[in-house]
Design a protein around this ligand. Structure first.
Ligand code: SF4
Ligand code: ZN
Length: 311
């Protein structure tokens, strides 16, 4: 097949649009910069923290965000969380360190071990005993730590590598679990701004699919290990992801359909849930929390209590 825009060999087919390497890279980058501009994801006086893991989405978003920020003289740095997943995170963090070094990007790393007492590898059995899958434990600790560290480092915006597939999955997961108020906090700009200790999270890859993100990383020749976290298969997200992929195969454009339909109702959802009770501060760590003690502190206590007694 030939590129729709020139006669070069096409490397990409997006529902009838064929692009050669150069036109695909342009298409991808323009979409990211358009999303940043249209939704005002980054402003000139922002201090930008990119939540990076070393995976393809985070490397892509880190690269393009740093290009954007450096163009406008906006401060940008990367923050990674080391959950402690041997054979996986240690490798992606090596890729990330090298990438940041090669591209002159400041990198900070915060670990579960230093902040919550132990690695995810060591905590996950205890989590399973308490009916918590590894991704649940990981999600609670990671969200808390990213918010806390980015705030301590002076960030006013937190960039994440969430793509269109992630958003379609999150929306469907919340729908299936009956958590509609959680959907009100999705979108290109995350959250309901219920506490000023929350750093606003934004998603420049919002309108790009997983497949497009993979192709961009490959064509840019970024040195990335495309392996998945070994714990993902145990998660509810993996079930929803696989089902949506099956639907997309028989109905191309279904993922776009889900996200576009969601964006239509998002203003109504935000309006409906805007009076949710404002977050207060956790009595233990001071971070935003819906209750007296935040989920991360509760979980830390639950998972490390016995270990501490043994010391
Ligand atoms: Fe954490 Fe689950 Fe993601 Fe692995 S797949 S990094 S355990 S949330
Ligand atoms: Zn707390």
């Amino acid at each position: 097949m030939e590129c729709t825009k020139c006669k070069e060999k096409a490397v990409y087919n997006g529902q009838g649009q064929y692009f050669c390497k150069n036109h695909f890279l342009n298409y991808f980058e323009n979409k990211v910069f358009k999303t940043i501009n249209k939704y005002e994801l980054i402003k000139e006086d922002d201090v930008v923290c990119v939540a990076a893991s070393g995976g393809k989405d985070s490397i892509n978003v880190l690269y393009l965000t740093s290009v954007f920020c450096k163009r406008y003289g906006i401060k940008v740095f990367a923050l990674a969380i080391d959950e402690g997943i041997q054979g996986y995170r240690d490798r992606t963090l090596d890729d990330l360190r090298k990438f940041c070094n090669d591209h002159n990007i400041e990198l900070h790393i915060a670990s579960f071990k230093e902040n919550f007492g132990d690695s995810l590898d060591n905590l996950k059995d205890k989590g399973l005993e308490n009916n918590k899958k590894p991704c649940t434990v990981c999600g609670i600790f990671r969200r808390t730590l990213i918010n806390r560290k980015s705030r301590e480092l002076g960030a006013t915006k937190l960039i994440t590598g969430h793509n269109l597939d992630d958003e379609a999955q999150s929306f469907m997961m919340n729908l299936l679990l009956g958590n509609m108020s959680h959907n009100a906090a999705l979108g290109p700009i995350t959250g309901l701004n219920l506490n000023d200790k929350f750093i606003t999270r934004v998603k420049p890859l919002y309108f790009l699919t997983e497949k497009e993100s993979r192709l961009y990383a490959l064509l840019k020749d970024f040195k990335i290990d495309f392996a998945e976290c070994p714990n993902i298969e145990m998660s509810f997200r993996a079930i929803v992801r696989d089902e949506i992929n099956v639907i997309e195969n028989t109905l191309p454009g279904a993922k776009n359909g889900i996200v576009n339909a969601f964006l239509e109702i998002l203003p109504t959802l935000k309006e409906y849930y805007k009076h949710n009770k404002p977050f207060k501060s956790c009595k233990k760590c001071g971070d935003p929390s819906a209750n007296d003690i935040c989920n991360a502190c509760k979980l830390e206590e639950e998972l490390t209590h016995d270990n501490k007694k043994d010391l």
